[in-house]
Write a protein that binds this ligand. Structure first.
Ligand code: FES
Length: 94
């Protein structure tokens, strides 16, 4: 079971997730604030996060991320990146 560590608002929280869940789903399920203006459809970038560790444990970058210009590590769209194993991310706050 993947473990996901979120850095946000000066806090660090590690939670367990199901393989295949997106970072956005996991964050919201655990009360971690994460913007998602487009509803998790890959059309905004407000859910963008910076992956601190384990970027290889996320699903490959997809077309929606590329269309939104999220093309360089460590940036990923949390609503598109699915966890496959342990990962540590920093939530971007606006
Ligand atoms: S919530 Fe809009 S791109 Fe992820």
């Amino acid at each position: 079971m993947p473990r996901v560590t979120f850095h946000y608002s000066g806090q660090i929280k590690t939670v367990e997730a199901e393989t295949g869940q997106t970072l956005l789903q996991i964050a919201l399920d655990h009360g971690i604030p994460m913007e998602h203006a487009c509803g998790g459809n890959g059309f905004c970038t407000t859910c963008m996060c910076k992956v601190k560790q384990g970027i290889e444990n996320l699903s490959p970058r997809n077309d929606r991320e590329e269309n939104m210009g999220v093309i360089e590590d460590p940036d990923r769209l949390s609503c598109q990146a699915q966890v496959e194993n342990d990962v540590e991310v920093e939530v971007i706050e606006y």
